[in-house]
Design a binder for this molecule. Structure first.
Ligand code: PMP
Length: 353
């Protein structure tokens, strides 16, 4: 730390991203990326002409991609804001909608960035325990008197709330913003985008990083009322007007237009998730019921940290947290069938079966 860092940030704990090894020495199941390449149509988009245009700034309104997303979800273009990953959208939302009078609540076990952004923007926050079986109890989120943010499915548990629960939360918090982070919604959950017609306090956040195989392109988006999007744009244009680069805009558009490929990939991941779950259960693992592209698992015979280390030694990278509430578990991203078969065989050896 230099002697110049503002006091307000001296004790701040930043987000710790999962390891990103720069060679392919591991089967990489640690950061919930897609095991499948982007759509062939995406690959065809990155041509020389698109590179030549890099001398020009990108469209600050991200019109083309915004219109494509709006058409896909059957909303107006002014209901969408595209960001540099959904992390950026989350940052804008934390900044825009909180102050000394407006706090936020979220589950104690959830996406780590909610806590990090609360600290970064000095937002009062209440962290609510999950139930004993690692679920979000909707009762805890009724009439909170604060804004609410939920990842649905939740991370790292993978457990998904039904639409009816999201609606109850929206109804009982009508004077507060309810933000639903749907980073993993395309793997079997039901999106709450349809509720936007009924509730003006809903902000939905999605990403191209998981189901559309574009984690490296950094594209996320918000869908909400045009007024809330206008507010988010106020932050964006006060921070980084050219937040989405030219290449990513073109790649994102091509990805969203190839619905067939998107469905093929998400279906394959769901199928592999179900098979992996069954396989691990036969080895005595507890696998939380996941609607995401990852599973959260524990075994009574091996500590989470030991299973993590043993897998790493055998060339498989997964994610483990030291947090006492979840330190028994590891989170395993769903890879290809072959990668998951390898995980299964290696796990058998580790467990001694
Ligand atoms: N929300 C959740 C719940 C996530 O797990 C992630 C991925 N780390 C993100 C948002 C951010 O994704 P991205 O910035 O790649 O869109």
């Amino acid at each position: 730390m230099s002697r110049f860092l503002s006091k307000s940030f001296q004790s701040m704990k930043p987000y710790t991203p999962g390891e990103q090894p720069q060679n392919m020495q591991y089967i990489k199941l640690n950061t919930n990326e897609s095991p499948y390449a982007p759509s062939p149509k995406v690959l065809g988009t990155a041509n020389i002409a698109s590179l030549e245009n890099l001398r020009l700034y990108s469209d600050p309104e991200v019109k083309d991609l915004t219109n494509t997303i709006a058409a896909y979800y059957k909303v107006e273009s002014n209901q969408i804001l595209v960001g540099n990953g959904s992390d950026e959208i989350l940052a804008f939302a934390f900044q825009a909608f909180h102050d000394e009078n407006t706090a936020i609540c979220f589950p104690e076990i959830t996406y780590g960035f909610y806590k990090v952004f609360s600290n970064l923007y000095q937002i009062a926050n209440k962290q609510i325990s999950l139930t004993k079986d690692f679920k979000i109890d909707v009762e805890d989120y009724l009439n909170c008197g604060k804004n609410v943010i939920l990842a649905n499915p939740n991370a790292p548990t993978g457990i998904c709330l039904p639409l009816s629960d999201i609606e109850t939360i929206l109804k009982t918090n009508s004077n507060h913003l309810v933000m639903i982070d749907e980073a993993y919604i395309d793997f079997g959950g039901e999106s709450c985008i349809s509720l936007l017609k009924k509730y003006d306090n809903l902000l939905v956040i999605q990403t191209f990083s998981k189901s559309r195989s574009l984690a490296g392109a950094r594209i996320g988006f918000a869908i909400s009322s045009k007024e809330i999007i206008e507010d988010l744009n106020k932050i964006k244009f006060s921070f980084n007007p050219y937040n989405v680069n030219r290449l990513s805009m073109a790649l994102g558009k091509a990805a969203m237009e190839d619905d067939e490929y998107f469905k093929k990939c998400t279906d394959a991941i769901i199928k592999t998730r179900e098979k992996t779950t069954k396989n691990l259960e036969t080895l005595g693992f507890e696998v939380l019921p996941s609607k995401a592209n990852f599973i959260f698992v524990r075994h009574s015979k091996i500590k989470g940290s030991e299973y993590f280390k043993a897998l790493k030694q055998k060339g498989i990278l997964v994610r483990h947290w030291d947090d006492a509430l979840i330190s028994d578990f590891v989170r395993i991203t769903i890879g290809t069938e072959a990668q998951m078969e390898c995980l299964y065989q290696v796990t058998k050896e580790i467990i001694g079966l």
